[in-house]
Design a protein around this ligand. Structure first.
Ligand code: C2E
Ligand code: CA
Ligand code: CA
Length: 768
């Protein structure tokens, strides 16, 4: 704020007025001098006025001195008080000035003595010097003092009466102006200095604020790499109590202090030293990441400053680094077991194989939990996870630089052996691992058995690569599963051939399905009481152009694997309903649906449209499902089956006795029939366990209101045993005929089983 009169800021004006009250020590001294000069003039000229003026000047000076020194500077605190104090100061000064002025006038005008004139002029002019020097703070005071002290001598000279004195007196006028101008000049110079200083203080304060409130740490280093500027953040981050503590230190000593206080490791010190100096030298936003032992991470950036000053800014990036590390970990490790995942394992094994002796042998093994799916399905995923975790835990005990373990996904684990002495040595080593995995584990209160199958391959590093090793180990695993699980196999070349054949067969199957090159045949199912055909089971056939007839036990699982099974189901459903429509009313048809068909609600539409297209009564159609289908996704599957039943379609549980066969859940499922697997019949003998078992199953099914079909009846003795002890409702098997073409069934339809009749007459065996 400026006051209008002086056009200087009020605070500067206050400062000026305050300056009036400082350094007044010369006042009494000056007053004493004037008094002595007056006394001297009295002796010289005998002028009595001098006797009066001398003491008066002394008193006025001392009085003014005391008035001024008595003022407490703190009272001059704002513009208003400064104005008031300036008024008082003017008053005291004027009094003093008038007395001194009178002395000058009297000495010159009435003295009539050239010494008196000389003494008065020199005394007054000497005193005048202090006017500007002491009173520049108040322009008024300077004017008043000039007027009261200097003007009287000019007046006296001019009134002397001669031209010389008159001219001399005239010349005093410019001198008075000079005095006032001088005071003005001092004020201006001072004002500029003060405002400059104020500006730079303000700048420094702002700079300081900016420096200490910025989130980054900042260090400015001179060309000796010594800190010239630092901020509070820098001090906090680098473990200093204040930023001043860092000043003058070299970058190297800052880092060394970090090492001494344990904040920086020796290794990181070397890294930091090298890279920070380099960054400082090269400037241009080079970034250096430093990790402290306390888990904090800082990112330094170097920027070139002016005048060879380097600037290092740094920020804490701990959360970013931690997030990055977490993401990196998540991308590399399996979240359940913390073992390396597939991608990372692949990367690491490729790396390991590229290094070291290329003539060495290495090994790769894959492990897969047996029947893991049923654990997941029956006990739930948390228990499944628990089992996988237990497996990972046992496996991890064997991990080393030479043995790398990975969870490959699902219930599959991979182990890489970087160096193997021989196949025999590998087998011994893997046997040990495999043996250690098996056994009881407790998973969430369930006592479970850990059991796995494995496949492995040993190759020379030079000839192998990860992918081909994985394929080979997988083939060996496949073989091990085929051979009854709970064991492991080493890869053999024949497995590869089998695998390739499988691939070829898959391609062929795809074309066959696309070209609708599949046939459907029908196997009679006979009513046990009447020995007439009650219905037929539709069975799919594939005539391979080179391999001839391929068994559905081979191509159905292939189609399931390839995701093509529902297309086969559609073909068979449509054909079966269409053919059934041509058969006598009492003969129904059974169609096998795969577990995979029940993954989508499409299954219901398919059945509905097949029935509609053929225009047959829904109760002539029976759907055969296996236990696996029912166990897969119990709720959805059961809902679809209920809907199918709602349409009027009957449901049979196929292959009963081969799966997990728990009789207890039979009644919870919406079934009409149970089909007992042929394996029960195969070794049926009177008085033996197998017969009692079959009896038991049939009895229980009856009690649950289910009809029973026994499959795989091949011989007459089996039929006899079944008839006498088991009494199933329906019979199926080669004894009653193999699968025939649809028209074959039409022909047989009205016949009472001629073969059986013959067999009952004494023939024992039939051939397909
Ligand atoms: P499945 O459902 O148990 O069908 C009965 C199988 O037992 C048929 O084999 C049949 O030829 C055979 N068989 C019948 N009587 C006897 C006998 O007295 N002794 C012996 N040893 N076997 C007998 P097939 O046709 O080879 O079918 C094998 C399996 O393929 C079927 O078993 C069924 O699970 C599946 N399958 C066949 N056709 C289809 C289909 O269209 N869709 C689906 N999803 N699966 C099918
Ligand atoms: Ca069947
Ligand atoms: Ca069956």
């Amino acid at each position: 704020m400026k006051n209008s009169k002086n056009s200087i800021p009020e605070d500067v004006y206050v400062g000026y007025i305050r300056s009036l009250f400082q350094d007044v020590g010369v006042l009494p001294l000056g007053a004493l001098c004037y008094a002595l000069i007056a006394v001297l003039l009295y002796y010289k000229t005998g002028q009595v006025a001098q006797l009066l003026l001398g003491p008066l000047m002394l008193v006025a000076g001392i009085w003014r001195y005391f008035k001024i020194t008595r003022v407490d500077h703190a009272l001059i605190s704002d513009y208003a008080s400064a104005l008031a104090w300036e008024r008082r100061y003017l008053w005291w000064g004027s009094m003093h000035g008038v007395v001194v002025g009178a002395f000058g006038f009297v000495s010159i005008f009435w003295g009539n003595d050239s010494f008196a004139e000389l003494a008065a002029v020199s005394a007054i002019l000497c005193g005048t010097i202090t006017i500007a020097g002491r009173n520049y703070g108040s322009r008024k005071m300077v004017s008043v003092l000039t007027l009261t002290i200097v003007f009287p001598i000019a007046l006296a000279l001019m009134m002397k009466g001669d031209i010389y004195h008159f001219i001399l007196g005239m010349f005093i006028a410019p001198f008075m102006l000079v005095v006032m101008k001088m005071a003005e000049l001092v004020r201006t110079v001072l004002f500029t200095a003060i405002s400059e200083e104020k500006r730079s203080t303000r700048l420094a304060q702002r700079f300081d604020r900016a420096l200490n409130t910025m989130p980054h740490g900042l260090l400015m280093l001179n060309n000796e790499e010594r800190v010239v500027v630092s901020n509070a953040q820098a001090a906090e981050m680098l473990g200093f109590r204040s930023s001043e503590q860092m000043l003058g230190r070299t970058l190297k000593s800052l880092l060394m202090r970090g090492v001494a206080s344990g904040l920086l490791s020796q290794r990181d010190y070397a890294y930091a030293e090298e890279h920070l100096s380099k960054a400082l030298r090269e400037g241009r936003d080079r970034k250096v990441l430093l990790s402290m032992t306390n888990g904090r991470h800082f990112e330094f950036a170097a920027r070139e400053g002016h005048d060879e000053v380097g600037v290092l800014t740094f920020e804490e990036v701990t959360s970013r680094v931690e997030a990055e590390e977490k993401i990196r970990f998540m991308a590399r490790y399996d979240s359940l077991t913390s073992l390396p995942n597939r991608a990372y394992f692949h990367e690491k094994v490729t790396e390991a194989m590229a290094a070291g002796d290329q003539d060495r042998l290495c090994g790769l093994a894959v492990l897969d939990l047996d029947d893991f799916k049923s654990v997941n399905d029956t006990l739930g995923h948390p228990v499944g996870d628990g089992l996988i975790y237990a497996m990972a835990e046992r496996l991890s005990a064997f991990g080393s630089d030479n043995v790398r373990i990975s969870r490959f996904g699902g219930d599959e684990f991979m182990i890489f052996f970087n160096q193997v002495d021989s196949e025999a040595a590998f087998s011994a080593q893997f046997d040990e691992i495999f043996g250690a995995l098996r056994g009881e584990v407790d998973v969430a209160g369930h006592a479970m058995r850990l059991q796995a199958s494995g496949g492995a391959v040993v190759v020379s590093v030079r000839d192998g690569d990860v992918d081909s090793m994985i394929v080979k180990a997988d083939l060996a695993l496949y073989k091990a599963k085929e051979l009854g699980k709970n064991g492991w196999r080493l890869f053999e070349t024949e497995m590869d051939v089998a695998f390739r054949n499988r691939q070829i067969m898959k391609a062929d199957l795809r074309s066959a399905i696309e070209a609708r090159n599949l046939r459907v045949v029908y196997q009679p199912i006979v009513d046990a009481r009447t020995m007439r055909i009650a219905s037929c089971e539709a069975l799919c056939r594939w005539d391979h152009p080179e391999l001839g007839l391929v068994s559905p036990s081979v191509f159905i699982p292939l189609a399931e694997e390839m995701g093509l099974i529902s297309e086969i189901s559609s073909v068979v459903l449509d054909a079966a309903c269409k053919e059934c429509a041509k058969w006598p009313e009492q003969i129904g048809v059974s169609v096998n649906l795969s577990a995979k068909d029940f993954r989508s609600s499409d299954v219901v539409n398919k059945v509905r449209s097949a029935l509609q297209a053929a225009d047959i009564s829904p109760n002539r159609l029976e759907i055969e499902v296996t236990e696996t289908a029912l166990l897969n996704d119990t709720e959805a599957t059961i809902a679809y089956i209920r809907t199918l039943k709602g349409l009027g379609v009957r449901i049979a549980l196929d292959d009963f006795g081969t799966g997990y066969s728990s009789l207890s859940y039979l009644h919870t499922l919406p079934l009409d029939k149970v089909k007992i697997d042929g394996s029960f019949v195969a070794n049926l003998k009177e008085g033996q366990r197998s017969l009692y078992l079959l009896q038991g199953v049939v009895d229980l099914s009856r009690k649950l209101g289910l009809a029973v079909t026994v499959e795989g009846v091949e011989r007459f003795d089996q039929l006899k045993l079944l008839e006498s002890f088991v009494k199933p409702d329906l019979l199926q098997g080669f004894l009653f005929g193999p699968a025939l073409t649809a028209s074959g069934i039409e022909t047989m339809a009205e016949m009472k089983q001629p073969v059986v009749t013959k067999a009952r007459a004494g023939r024992n065996r039939l051939s397909l």
